[in-house]
Design a protein around this ligand. Sequence first.
Ligand code: HEM
Ligand SMILES: [Ca+2]
Length: 616
Amino acid sequence: QLSVSLGTSYDTDDGTHIMSLTMCFAQLSGMNDNYTLREVKPVRLEPVSKRRYTSVAASPCPNSGRLFRTADGFCNNILRPSWGQSLERFKRYVKADYSDGKGAPRIYSRSKLCRKEPWLRPRRCLLPSARTVSINVHPPKKVTAEHSVMLMQWAQFVNNDLTATAIQQPEEGVSPCCKNTKKIHRRNQGCFPIPIDPADRFFKTECLNFVRSRAISTRITRTNPREQQNLLSSYLDASNVYGSDQDTQDRLRGDNGRMRTSARNLLPKGRDGDCIRKNAPFCFDAGDDRVHVFPGLTALHTAFVRYHNYIVDDLKQHNTGWDGDRLFQETRKIISAILQRITYTEFLPEVLSDATMNKYKLKEGNNNYQYNISVNPSIAGGFATAAFRFGHTYIPILMVIDDKEVPSRELFNNPQFIFTSLKSVVENTLSDPAQLRDRSLSEEITDHLFETAMGSFDLVAFNIQRGRDHGLPSYNTFRKFCNLPEATEFNSEQFDQTAQKALEKTYRSVDDIDLFPGVMAEQNEKGSILGPLFNCILGQQFSDLKLGDSFWYETTDSRRGFTRDQLKAIKQVSLSQILCQVFDLNRIQKNPFRHKDKKVRCKKLTGLDLRPWYEH
Ligand code: HEM
Ligand SMILES: [Ca+2]
């Protein structure tokens, strides 16, 4: 079923090849025959984050005059300039757990039961296949949520501002991965295929191809184990709109501070192989290359490029002395601030409990934001590889577009409806329900992800396998990190009865439970759609992203922040109002994340008052 052609690859400094996940999937699924990789620039082998300056004077970062964010996040922290910069390593909240202590995936059970004959050397048991965990612990169930598909889309849009893991290409001769099933568990190389049971409900192959994430360093030891690399600036800085490096930013920029667009004010034309182009005239270009993954996501990218241009056009009229650079940077700063504010004041309260919002100081303050230069704003593995993947549970089974039901499997990576029916995509992203946040996930993503004639994938199995690839410790280890009691038995009270049974059927030991299934199986915390461990990991990461960002929108540093009046104006804007404005809607829910919320006339919502930016 899966015959794989790996196409072109790019050599980096160290001779390995990297690409992002979408590219990898596109290739593995044979999405496009003439698929070629976007050029990947040579990558620093060693992160420079060990470098620490003890004084502002010694730091290479400017610290006077009017300051704007760099494209890649460099120098946001003037003493640790590479913290949060694109191409840096993921940080870890909990020490890595590799099966060889260095970099081989976590594959062995803690259980001692696998010695068949007592006189022989005990044999270590393997963990269950990630596909088996997916089938047993995350079966499909059709229950819709009070939340709209827009909540799922915002989560993904934010995610694509924060994290994209660099993927290694399998070595020549090793690919396709599945040809080497015999030794799969012992490999510390590019391939780590997911075994499939012959009785699998859907897949008829022996295994699913899986390419390991790129190791940031080739010098791996027990004290310096394998680490993964984030291709994005980790800051919530609208890098999904503007790119995570200067070249991408330059490519996306138009004249006079504007962003480039294409006919009918859509995103600019990108490279042919970046999407399924069957019925679309072209693929788009955007700050993050996963822009086509779902129509609502493409719509949000379109929304913020349009909004950028709207602001630039207004400021240009009033500040005739500003050149294109100034117009661009001032607007980019407003857009990043609005993205931060929507995320922390509109989105997070929908998913985290009030207690978590308070504990991690995630609520908007009153002129009392304190930047903390010793907080590392990089993304943690446990967040990217498990916790923030909670959004996958929300992916709908279908979407209504132009009054027709379209199964999600036909929407992945397919931009055709953006060209034909953008307004309908937006309206239905707002009014269609998301799937309920529970441990079940739809077959659209567990059997039919990125489906083509060549085959398809299981996203849940990938989440679990990715965790093992990254040496992510088990669920219980993270419970300990969060000061939560560890599960000692499968019938621990944080799981409901059916989840207990599913976990027990799948794992030999409670200490084997992978983070993703464990956290997904937890019962929700009061006032949250997520359990306590989710609340802790997400709370901690969003706290780091806020306290460790010297350009945080509420900063009182006059060189990096806004004036009082500007901030006041920013605090009037809402996601609903922006969507109304850029898509010319008539009515919308005040809360775009709840599909049943009462709709109001768009005219009633307050927009961004740009007068505080006018220079006269
Ligand atoms: C239409 C919906 C979506 C599809 C088809 C999709 C697909 C994928 C795929 C294929 C991966 C890579 C898996 C791997 O090999 O490790 C991934 C990663 C990820 N997804 Fe999704 N996803 C969707 C929505 C979401 C949503 C709503 C969220 C919520 C926040 C989310 C969060 C993540 C995260 C955090 C990662 C890891 C990113 C990285 O560091 O590389 N995804 N997704
Ligand atoms: Ca970013």
